[in-house]
Design a protein around this ligand. Structure first.
Ligand code: AMP
Ligand code: ZN
Length: 132
């Protein structure tokens, strides 16, 4: 736990999130500034700075894989992109970004194009993704 880290606080339940999945080691929740509806972040509950620092990579990516399949099945994503950069929050996170026809992004994602989605709609989206 890093007391200054916002994702550690989310992992501990001190800050709310739209939860998608949780197990002993990992947590998936909707990005608060989504690049597309269903944009999910997968984090380890323990604080590691970088994705490649996370212990048990197999289990970590398994959560990303399951989330991607749910985005295709339950949100009708055409396909899903995994991205890791971590310039804003220094706690490992995999961005799981669903792509849709004419979603306003070019071939790769335009990171300046955040979508505005109401809190109510975000809740509804999270519920749909959880139905995996
Ligand atoms: P980056 O560290 O550049 O990979 O991006 C961090 C991501 O975390 C951004 O897409 C933010 O929108 C997202 N983010 C920051 N704070 C929160 C939060 N409280 N809940 C959900 N997502 C967040
Ligand atoms: Zn942290």
């Amino acid at each position: 736990m890093n007391e200054f880290c916002i994702f550690c606080k989310i992992a501990k339940g001190e800050i709310p999130c739209n939860k998608i999945y949780e197990d002993k080691k990992f947590l998936a929740f909707l990005d608060i500034q989504p690049l597309n509806p269903g944009h999910t972040l997968i984090i380890p509950k323990k604080h590691f700075q970088w994705v490649y620092d996370v212990v048990d990579q197999g289990a970590y990516w398994e959560v990303a894989k399951k989330t991607a399949h749910s985005l295709v099945k339950n949100l009708q994503a055409e396909y899903v992109m995994f991205v890791t950069w971590g310039l804003e929050v220094p706690h490992a996170h995999i961005h799981v970004v669903p792509r849709y026809d004419n979603d306003g992004h070019p071939g790769f994602i335009d990171f300046s194009k955040k979508k505005t989605i109401s809190a109510e709609k975000m809740k509804e989206i999270a519920e749909r993704i959880r139905k995996q």
